[in-house]
Ligand binder design. Structure first.
Ligand code: GDP
Length: 469
């Protein structure tokens, strides 16, 4: 709900004339200080004065209806996440209708014989969940934790458990590769138990299902376990009123322009509505379900694809419905400015705000860096070399190091801390990762010669903080 100018003044600690001036600037009519201002304008003003606002979606009095669970698959690399998603997708409505050929749009729906359905997020689980969590918008209701029966609990298994716990999302364990002779599901159970997961057969409430993505054994049991978990959670959503929705995947279609796959968390999204998505805006032109059928609206938990945005959003962006094109444009502009400001602040650490001072007393510019390299030894060598860039003016802050290619999860982290990513002696990241880095204005620098790397970063520093090298 909106509030009055007088209330707004109290909340932000700014004078009424000051707020009225902003209102005039954004083309709002200014009446009495007790006139209500709409929620969009409140958000805009809050951005101008640097206050954080959160839209509260009140469910009070609204009718709540059951909704399907939204499920994300996570687990250690090579334990079978992709294979399991593929196998589950083969049981989806889309696969049945298309004779098994399905497009990967970021989500699919499995219909159960009972009439219930399950929505699976078909995105690399890790990136999706951490991106969602970073924006405080866990769209995921349940995590399927995949553990290979022949390999057992591994580092990323534990990481996935930690993510799920932090996001307060319950876990259902899928012990995969049970077709293999070396499979030892019992060992997996014991390992998980000793990591603190309270498994069902040990008196806890975490279900464990033995499956094989290859033979497809146990998939029906896994789906049933997910529905049971969903029932326990009594998932419900408001249907009426403006939608609160999240992007799970976005792509650029040559003919149609930006397309996004999204899921409504509450309310109903309708064709023709103006929306602000992250820092992009648009008018919902077409809504299609995951079978490609055109719909006039999208309901909670059912993934859909839509057209009509001006630019490409990012996975995890929230979708906000606004009243008019003008509002949409205004809000997205405000958010864009805010994002840019945050980014510059993270890199420049206050330099932007005090240009005069910094001329005389240059502040030390922090340069957050994520380092990825082929082997541990190289990581160390690169880290040491980067530290040689430290000076009274520049502080190289290595926020994360790792072995292997640059992944979406590195980009997420870089975005969270305003870092640039340095890769050494590794392949360039996949184009999807590069694109998402570009969208978030994150620099990725891949080199094979230390000298070139240092030279490149030197130039980068001069760009970011002129006069410091
Ligand atoms: P991800 O990295 O977790 O996505 O793992 P993938 O789905 O790419 O699987 C890694 C490897 O394990 C591939 O070679 C798969 O064919 C194999 N694999 C996955 N699931 C099974 C399974 O249930 N049984 C067997 N025998 N192999 C599997």
């Amino acid at each position: 709900e909106g509030m009055t100018i007088s209330e707004l003044a109290k909340r932000t600690g700014r004078s009424i004339p000051f707020l009225e001036e902003i209102l005039v600037n954004v083309g709002e009519e200014v009446g009495s200080e007790f006139d209500p201002v709409s929620i969009d304008v409140v958000e805009l003003i809050a951005m101008e004065v640097g206050v954080n606002v959160k839209r509260l979606h009140s469910n009070e009095g609204a009718e709540l209806l059951p909704r399907p669970p939204v499920v994300t698959v996570m687990g250690h690399v090579d334990h079978g996440k992709t294979s399991l998603l593929d196998a589950l997708c083969q049981t989806s409505v889309a696969a049945k209708e298309s004779g098994g050929i399905t497009q990967h749009l970021g989500a699919f729906v499995v219909d159960m014989p009972s009439g219930a359905s399950i929505t699976f997020l078909d995105t690399p689980g890790h990136a999706a969940l951490s991106a969602m969590r970073a924006r405080g918008a866990a769209v995921t209701d349940i995590v399927v934790l995949v553990v290979a029966a022949d390999d057992g609990v591994m580092p990323q298994t534990l990481e996935a458990m930690a993510h799920a716990k932090a996001a307060n999302v319950p876990v259902v364990v899928a012990v995969n590769k049970c077709d293999k002779p070396a499979a030892d599901p019992e060992r997996v159970r014991i390992q998980l138990g000793s990591e603190g997961l309270l498994l069902e057969d040990m008196g806890g409430d975490v279900q464990v299902v033995e499956v094989s993505a290859v033979t497809k054994a146990g998939l029906d049991k896994l789906e049933e376990a997910l529905l049971l978990q969903a029932e326990l959670m009594d998932l419900k959503a408001r249907i009426d009123g403006p939608a609160q929705a999240y992007v799970v995947e976005a792509r650029l279609d040559r003919g149609r322009g930006p397309m996004a796959t999204a899921i409504v968390k509450a309310g109903t999204l309708m064709c023709g509505q103006y929306v602000v998505v992250g820092a992009e805006w648009g008018k919902i032109r077409t809504i299609r379900d995951m079978l490609g059928k055109v719909k006039d609206k999208a309901l909670p938990s059912m993934p859909f694809e839509f057209e009509g945005l001006r630019g490409l959003p990012m996975a995890g962006d929230d979708i906000t419905v606004v009243n008019s094109e003008e509002r949409a444009r205004m809000l997205s502009e405000g958010r864009g400015k805010k994002l840019e400001k945050n980014r510059l602040e993270k890199i420049g650490e206050g330099r932007i705000e005090t240009p005069n001072e910094s001329e005389n007393v240059p502040e030390r510019v922090e340069l957050p860096i994520i380092v990825k390299a082929d082997v541990q030894g190289t990581v160390q060598a690169v880290t040491d070399a980067l530290k040689s860039l430290n000076s009274p003016q520049v502080f190289v802050n290595i926020v994360h190091v790792g072995v292997g290619v640059i992944s979406q999860s590195d980009v997420d982290l870089a975005q969270a801390c305003g870092a640039c990513i340095v890769g050494f002696n590794i392949r360039s990241p996949p184009s999807s990762v590069t694109q998402s880095a570009n969208r978030a204005s994150i620099q990725i620098k891949v080199h094979r010669v230390i000298y070139h790397l240092l030279e490149d970063l030197g130039n980068f520093i001069v760009d970011k903080a002129p006069g410091t090298l």
